[in-house]
Design a protein around this ligand. Sequence first.
Ligand code: IMP
Length: 186
Amino acid sequence: MDLYTPDEFYIKDYRFVPYLTRDEIAERVTAMGQQLSTRFEDKTPIFVGILNGAFMFMSDLIREVKVPLEIDFWKLSSYGDEKVSTGDVSEIKAIDANIADRHLILVEDIVDTGLSMQYMRRQLQSHAPASVTTITLLHKKEATRYEVKLDYVGFEIENRFVIGYGLDFAQQGRNLPHIYIRDENQ
Ligand code: IMP
């Protein structure tokens, strides 16, 4: 297969270099899918992908979960074209499913400050789901300042900006199969 895997990638003069390969990601996704398969057997969970960034992780993850399940998507406000969080979260697209008494699995691409994850957990409380489980492919532990409970983490990463595998900077870079990290020495 001929993959789109440049050795460096520029967005607005910022240089990004390969960080986690497609194979490394796939291996973790398979392992997490197996864990979820065991835990949610006979529960028909609803996987809720957080748009836009989690669409690729979500689609790979659910194919590694070998029990009946449903999917939905939730879209929150993003950083816009900036790299720094404004501290505000708002809802752009709600969850469509009736989630009362259902087992929910929130699927995030990355947890940075933890603000979005905290917002989501709080929003869900009033809808009385049977359980809420959180999974994120990436976690910038050093940057997390809001208290969040992350049940499954693909990779703990350093506090630098990353793109690829669904993640963007100024809406670009989502189609890269590897994850790239900002080169701060450029
Ligand atoms: P948090 O609310 O600060 O935890 O940020 C979560 C959201 O910020 C993620 O769902 C991403 O959309 C975005 N984000 C945070 N860090 C990065 C990054 O390094 N690359 C791309 N998006 C990021």
